[in-house]
Design a protein around this ligand. Structure first.
Ligand code: AMP
Ligand code: MG
Length: 340
């Protein structure tokens, strides 16, 4: 299969790409679309065989549910069984945007999407192309990130092409994703709103809407491990480059060099990703400096991991990030990426 890449940097191109994507989706094909979080691999959410095709192409485990993307209140109503005042408050505060709400599912949402759960994860994306395609199709889109299972999520069309060339008919190229990491996933199915996956919309921002909002971690520690998980698909290893990845704190270059040695790597085959303690670049395979600001960091992270991975290093060493709410989504992604 030939993979076509369509740009959208003029209104004529935007219109043509929207039309092409919606036509393919209407025929049951799956296509990669830009979104503000990361690029998505989209299928018509109401076409079960198209949804199954996403799992096949991504080699995604069947127990990892998909997020359903909507672009109107009417579409929302067809997807969920219940819509509470709390849900309304979160939606008003953060939609369209990088927040996914998990709610009781309506009948039309199949188990192929929810991995057998009675709930559905819903997001109203802010990206104009994604919105235009959903509106043109007239149906919601099921879309996980447009990468192979467990690998790096794509934040550019080039990243998608690198993993899915010849496996899908179309990639719409919307440039770099503005947010850069996957959405915050918030479950509204339990007694209190619970963050299943942290993201750039962080705990404190969510608590400003509903103070009872909590992290899954604090809650699950108190739970019997035999109880069913609140959310499947929160695999320990995820979002990972191919190279070995470690997180470390250093306060001088000599400390950093000792750490590289302790991890059993050589300097010339180590890529450094840092934001505060910046070593001189000469002796490393690569030194990437990401701004010390959580939003700018999230936007740049996957692209830097992608470039570092292309060098085929022995080790990617990431400088540890602050232990605050605003950095929690980033900490979650780099921790999973560093898991064996
Ligand atoms: P992604 O691979 O970025 O599309 O992420 C989808 C994630 O959303 C999954 O890994 C789950 O953690 C979460 N998710 C999707 N649907 C549900 C659901 N019905 N209940 C709980 N979590 C869900
Ligand atoms: Mg993903």
């Amino acid at each position: 299969m030939k993979t076509e890449v369509l740009p959208i940097h003029s209104s004529v191109l935007f219109e043509a790409a929207t039309e092409k994507a919606a036509t393919l989706l209407d025929c049951g094909e799956i296509v990669a679309l830009p979104s503000e979080t990361v690029y998505g691999l989209a299928a018509d959410a109401l076409n079960t065989s198209a949804v199954r095709c996403i799992y096949e192409v991504k080699q995604r485990p069947a127990n990892n549910p998909l997020i359903v993307h909507i672009a109107s209140r009417k579409m929302l109503q067809t997807c969920v069984r219940e819509w509470s005042d709390v849900a309304e408050k979160f939606a008003n505060a953060f939609w369209p945007g990088p927040l996914t709400l998990v709610l009781p599912k309506a009948k039309c949402i199949t188990h192929a999407i929810t991995a057998g759960l009675d709930s559905v994860a819903i997001r109203w994306p802010a990206h104009p192309l994604m919105q235009a395609v959903i509106r043109r199709l007239g149906r919601p889109l099921a879309a996980p990130s447009a990468n192979l299972a467990n690998q790096l999520s794509p934040t550019s069309a080039e990243h998608v092409l690198n993993q899915l060339d010849k496996r899908i008919p179309l990639i719409v190229d919307g440039g770099l994703s503005n947010v850069g990491i996957e959405s915050t996933v918030l479950s509204l199915c339990g007694a209190a709103p619970t963050v299943l996956r942290p993201g750039v919309i962080h705990l404190e921002a969510l608590q400003a809407i509903d103070p009872s909002t909590r992290n899954l971690d604090a809650l699950s520690k108190r739970k019997n491990s035999k109880q069913p998980q609140l959310s499947p698909g929160l695999h320990k290893k995820h979002y990972a480059p191919r190279a070995r990845l470690k997180i470390h704190h250093w306060d001088s270059t000599s400390n950093l060099l000792k750490a590289v040695e302790a991890f059993g790597a050589t300097q010339s085959r180590t890529c450094i990703i840092c934001h505060e303690q910046i070593p001189s670049a000469e002796t490393f395979s690569r030194v990437s400096v990401i701004p010390h600001d959580p939003e700018a960091y999230a936007r740049a992270l996957y692209a830097e991991l992608f470039v570092a991975d292309q060098e085929k290093p022995d080790l990617i060493l990431i400088e540890s990030v602050p232990d605050t709410s605003a950095w929690q989504g980033i900490r979650d992604r780099i921790t999973r990426a560093s898991s064996n």
